[in-house]
Design a protein around this ligand. Structure first.
Ligand code: ATP
Ligand code: TZE
Length: 544
């Protein structure tokens, strides 16, 4: 068997005990192969050696008679594999060491190894493994786990895929079915979607089904577009946004033009990069939101540090990848710290994002914002319509220039909406040499040349104090790794908006008010993956 062309897309692991009543393993495996299973592993934990061999012989015949021939592996038992001349063996961490398996089976057979950690992955490859299966991605009842074992989660799987760096194919297993296969495959992607998992392994999602052929067909259709057994050249990597939409992971809500789809791809790539780099984000922020924004940052995959003492802010910013300045609960000593940290960040080219909370409410806040903008040249300024209107007005932009009547502020909230937020954002961006984001039911972001409208989000966001501050903190996390501050600001608003939509679900009574929404929002920020972002981003972008 030519090992270089083995297709790991849909890897079936058997379990007799899960068969529906009066079904045989042989007929189920035959149907599953017909449906699209690309590789079969016979796993037997209770049968006698003789019965195991008999079963293996029967399944080997079924696999051999399919076109193309389906590779057939044995779990754990090298002796059984040798007895039936199977295509290979899959071993776990407690089974025979991979070097010994290789020695016994020879160079031509396939040897796969289950790995729980990056170290085990390196070890297995060094020992001669042809492919790796990660430990369970999600909890599953199919396999007994060692005490203390926690499922890897999609992020844990991606960490292994990244560490393997394409040296051998990697599949993952554990609680995967039609409901989450795409999520797992998307989550395993890295390097802008060029690299990723070679496939998924399933047990009950096929074996326990009344119609295993249909189950396999559905799974293979979901998984196939996302298989990255070898890295795709960038030129051939399909647009993430386009592929997801074509495969209709979510109904296409708006027909997007090429520029908008390209921006969705940039946002998805920024998200992947954020997850891979875990940026440290220094926040000088207000007392109201400090805990919420720290948790939002942790949930999206960044490391927050909240620090405002003049004695240490320069030292904190030095080791950080981005600085978030939020003037929500301002006092003179904090202003000094904001300037000290911001100047250090400027000196070290560490990106700064400013949230001018309540800039329209008092001269003290407005003056502070103007001096921070002048001194620090933040890469992104994110405010609501009232805050941005106040800054624009103070910098000499009139309502005639912007085509909108300036929006008033009431404390930290803005009252009313702008007729043409795109022009205001673009003119202020040119004036301040930063990207300006105006949040609201529809968010508008501009760098002076491009204007993006982000439609994600829902009204629940407006029922919580500080969600705008969360958007700004997330922009800090994206800024840390994104080349383009325009993409970073859009990505933050898309991420928060998508998470909010998922948190609300189709509502159905799960969100009873701001309290349940808040908890669910954090869960959904935590659960974001590149597939959800690509499929659900609702935005448009235009050149001015
Ligand atoms: N009605 C709405 N529909 C959709 N999204 C909304 C709505 N209202 C607010 N949002 C979203 O909520 C987030 C916060 O925006 P908002 O303009 O309320 O910020 P803010 O006024 O600065 O908030 P805060 O001062 O409370 O932090 C943004 O991501 C925005 O897209
Ligand atoms: C309510 C409030 N007051 C100062 S900062 C803040 C959080 C929302 O901006």
């Amino acid at each position: 068997m030519d090992k270089s062309i083995i297709d790991y897309t849909l890897y079936l692991v058997t379990d007799q005990t899960l068969l529906p009543p009066s079904r045989t393993l042989a007929e189920t495996v035959a149907a599953a192969i017909k449906g699209g299973v690309t590789l079969v592993q016979l796993r037997e934990k209770t049968k006698s050696t003789r019965a195991f061999i008999a079963e293996a012989q029967a399944l080997k015949l079924i696999c051999a008679s399919s076109t193309p021939r389906t590779p057939f592996l044995i779990n754990d038992r090298v002796d059984v594999a040798l007895a039936v001349d199977a295509d290979g063996v899959h071993v776990g961490q407690d089974d025979m060491p991979v070097r010994d398996v290789r020695r016994l089976l020879g160079p031509d057979k396939i040897v796969g190894v289950t790995v729980e950690t990056v170290e085990q992955a390196h070890e297995a490859i060094a020992g001669g493994a042809d492919y790796l299966g990660t430990a369970a991605v999600f909890p599953t009842a199919t396999k007994k786990h060692a005490p203390g074992f926690a499922p890897l989660g999609v992020a844990g799987v991606r960490e292994i895929v990244q560490a393997v760096a394409g040296r051998v194919p990697v599949v993952t297993i554990g609680g995967i079915g039609a409901g989450n296969a795409r999520e797992v495959m998307h989550g395993g992607l890295w390097e802008e979607g060029r690299r990723g998992l070679a496939g998924v392994a399933v047990v009950s999602a096929i074996i326990a089904q009344v119609d295993p052929e249909a189950a396999a067909k559905e799974l293979v259709e979901q998984v196939r577009p996302w298989v990255r057994s070898v890295a795709l050249p960038l030129s051939q990597a399909p647009s993430l946004a386009r592929v997801v939409r074509e495969k209709s992971l979510q109904p296409i809500r708006s027909s997007m033009d090429a520029a908008s789809l390209a921006l969705v791809d940039d946002v998805a790539a920024a998200f992947t990069k954020l997850k891979a780099t875990k940026p440290l984000v220094h926040n000088i922020t207000n007392f109201v939101v400090m805990n919420d924004t720290a948790n939002a940052l942790v949930s999206i995959g960044a490391s927050p540090v909240m620090s405002h003492s003049i004695e240490e802010v320069r030292d904190i910013v030095k080791i950080s990848n981005a600085l978030v300045i939020n003037i929500g609960t301002l006092s003179p000593s904090w202003i000094a710290s904001m300037h000290a940290a911001g100047n250090k960040a400027k000196e070290l080219s560490i990106p700064v994002v400013l949230d001018p909370v309540g800039a329209g409410a008092t001269p003290f806040r407005l003056q502070t914002c103007l001096s921070l903008i002048a001194a620090l040249k933040p890469r992104v300024v994110k405010g609501n319509a009232g805050e941005i209107s106040a800054i624009a007005k103070a910098l000499g932009l009139t309502d005639t220039d912007t085509g909108s009547q300036a929006v008033e502020s009431r404390g930290v909230d803005s009252v009313g909406s702008l007729a043409d937020p795109g022009t205001l954002a673009a003119l202020l961006a040119l004036k301040t040499n930063s990207v300006v984001a105006i949040s609201g039911a529809i968010d508008v972001v501009s760098d002076g040349t491009r204007v993006a409208r982000v439609e994600n989000g829902n009204a629940w966001l407006g029922t919580l104090s500080g969600t705008g501050c969360t958007a700004t903190a997330l922009a800090g996390a994206f800024l840390a790794s994104a080349q383009d501050p325009f993409v970073a600001a859009v990505a933050a608003l898309v991420a928060l908006g998508v998470a909010a939509e998922l948190a609300a679900g189709d509502d159905g009574g799960v969100v009873r008010g701001p309290g349940t929404f808040k908890a669910r929002l954090l869960d959904e920020i935590y659960g974001l993956d590149v597939g959800k972002i690509s499929a659900m981003a609702r935005l448009s972008v235009k050149e001015r």
